[in-house]
Design a protein around this ligand. Structure first.
Ligand code: G3P
Ligand code: MG
Length: 244
């Protein structure tokens, strides 16, 4: 079996509403190695798990996450937009996710709201058993986190073509991974990361053929909305040595 990690992107978001406890439990049940979740901050400064700056796409409300208190956010229905089966699903807090999964699965906390960085760091001190890393597209935020927490595992996200800069930042911050959008992963990026000893973890990968190609190319893991499918494909993949 290949040694690459399968991360559930926003949980098993193909089969349950993204970034909800149902999606995270579905990913755990499928056997995912880790959970990826997105973090915004409520008006009263509580880290909550939701991708967008607004609640419009993934709840029954309208407005910005940062304009709503935790109480208001948790009164929303974050499941019906996906399917009536998930009616009443809540926007979870980061603490709720840690409570359920810390020490059980790897956690990739993607910080969306820059103001959440410091708050998340404070909260993590209560969860020494959690096996986690913090990722962000905001490289300044990552630099702040590195300064404040020298031992915290970090990953550098990028969606544009500027992977050389991302790789430089990853080296400067001693990041554990560079995480490019899947279509940005080419031979030059892979060779440069391999030379510099920086693992590559692309997103989002849902097709077995993509997984086979990326495994041959030597990536360390992938983020997938459909971890169950990729996990069954992984069983048949050879161990890749490309990045060794
Ligand atoms: O962490 C990988 C991926 O989640 C980054 O993009 O927009 O899905 O948060 P996005
Ligand atoms: Mg994300």
């Amino acid at each position: 079996m290949a040694n690459l990690l399968i991360w559930a992107h926003r949980g098993a978001s193909r089969v349950a509403p993204e970034n909800t406890l149902s999606a995270f439990y579905a990913a755990a049940d499928a056997g995912a190695d880790g959970l990826e979740l997105d973090i915004q901050l409520s008006r009263d400064g509580i880290p909550v798990v939701i991708h967008d700056e607004t609640i419009t796409r993934t709840t029954n409300g309208i407005g910005r996450v940062r304009d709503l208190s935790l109480r208001e956010l948790q009164a929303l229905d974050a499941g019906s937009w996906f399917s009536p089966e998930f009616a009443g699903e809540k926007v979870p807090t980061l603490s709720e996710v840690l409570e359920a999964f810390a020490g059980r699965l790897l956690l990739n906390l993607e910080i969306k709201a820059p103001r959440a960085g410091r708050v998340v760091l404070d909260l993590l001190s209560d969860w020494p058993q959690a096996k986690l890393l913090v990722s962000s597209f905001n490289w300044r935020l990552l630099a702040m986190l590195r300064h404040a927490a020298p031992g915290l595992p970090l990953a550098v996200l990028l969606e544009s073509r500027c992977w050389l800069r991302a790789l430089r930042v990853a080296r400067e911050l001693s990041a554990v991974s560079v995480n490019p959008r899947c279509d940005q992963v080419g031979p030059l990026l892979l060779a440069a990361c391999r030379r510099q000893g920086v693992p590559v973890t692309p997103w989002v990968v849902d097709q077995p053929q993509q997984l086979e190609r990326l495994n041959r190319a030597g990536v360390s893991g992938v983020f997938s909305n459909d971890p169950a499918t990729l996990l069954s494909c992984r069983r048949h993949l050879p161990i890749s040595r490309e990045m060794d």
